[in-house]
Design a protein around this ligand. Structure first.
Ligand SMILES: [Zn+2]
Length: 277
């Protein structure tokens, strides 16, 4: 946080998280970048939740080849994600960047925060560019009236692994000082090429120092984040049972087992007809 209380800033290195996502989902390069950016943003936004059992779901639903892209994060920034079409891929843009907006397309994005209330809090806004960071900044500006600076980057290597990924997330607090806002805007150029900076070994502390150059700040917290899936046999059993008794009876009359696959980590669970008893 800046010493004068104008802004809260967070920086994350999600290289390992994105590499786990590649392993689970076998994503093509453009899909890796799309899912990686959503995972990075989800982790950053999740870490702003207050309580242990809170969760945040960030979903992009555009008409591009990627289909639904989503991330589910907990309050400590652990995250899991899903992309409907992991083979979505396009040629590089003239700028040499992966064409994330091309596979996201036009549509809506949503942020759902489950904080233990009767109903989760849901915010929806239009996808403005499909590049993820701009869309999230626009979401915060429109739905939550919170000016937000967000930069997300995923660098895909020639061997299709992730060479570097991360994000910077800065939110202005009410009555933010104008001079701090000016400096933050000037510093934006220092955090461009974020994924290359991380790939070449720049630490989160160094990136934070660039993002907040010329502004006094204090480091509050440092947390380890990971790609974490909390699927379990019990949860999958509930999903299978939700098909209803008649449907299950029909299935088991044709086959001995029902197999169900976790969409976040591809772990397989199989159930036999004794679940009907
Ligand atoms: Zn799982």
């Amino acid at each position: 946080m800046t010493t004068d209380g104008s802004a809260v800033a967070m920086v994350t290195d999600t290289t390992d998280i994105v590499n786990k996502a590649i392993k689970y989902h076998k994503t093509a390069p453009t899909a890796t970048a799309a899912l990686g950016r959503v995972l990075t943003a989800g982790s950053l936004m999740g870490s702003r939740l207050k309580n242990k059992d809170d969760s945040l779901t960030l979903t992009f639903k555009g008409d591009g080849a990627a289909g639904i892209v989503m991330a589910v994060a907990d309050y400590s920034g652990n995250v899991k994600g899903y992309i409907e079409n992991p083979s979505a891929d396009l040629p590089l843009k003239p700028s040499g960047k992966l064409d994330v907006s091309g596979i996201i397309g036009a549509g809506y994005m949503s942020v759902v925060r489950d904080v233990g209330l009767k109903e989760p809090m849901t915010g929806i806004s239009q996808i403005v560019s499909g590049e993820i960071a701009e869309d999230i900044a626009s979401f915060f500006a429109q739905s939550e009236q919170t000016p937000t600076l967000i930069s997300l980057g995923v660098l895909v290597d020639k061997d299709l692994s992730c060479a570097g990924a991360g994000g910077v997330f800065i939110q202005l607090l009410p009555y933010a000082d104008e001079s701090v806002i000016d400096k933050l805007e000037q510093n934006v150029t220092k955090i461009t090429g974020l994924s290359s900076q991380i790939a070449s070994g720049k630490t989160c502390e160094q990136i934070m120092a660039d993002a907040l150059d010329g502004i006094e700040y204090e480091l509050f917290d440092e947390i380890e984040t990971d790609y974490v899936c909390d699927c379990s046999k019990a949860r999958m059993l509930r999903a299978v049972k939700s098909l209803g008794r008649d449907e299950l009876q029909k299935i088991f009359s044709e086959q001995k087992t029902v197999e169900i696959c976790c969409r976040f980590c591809n772990k397989k669970f199989s159930f036999t007809s004794d679940i009907m008893e």
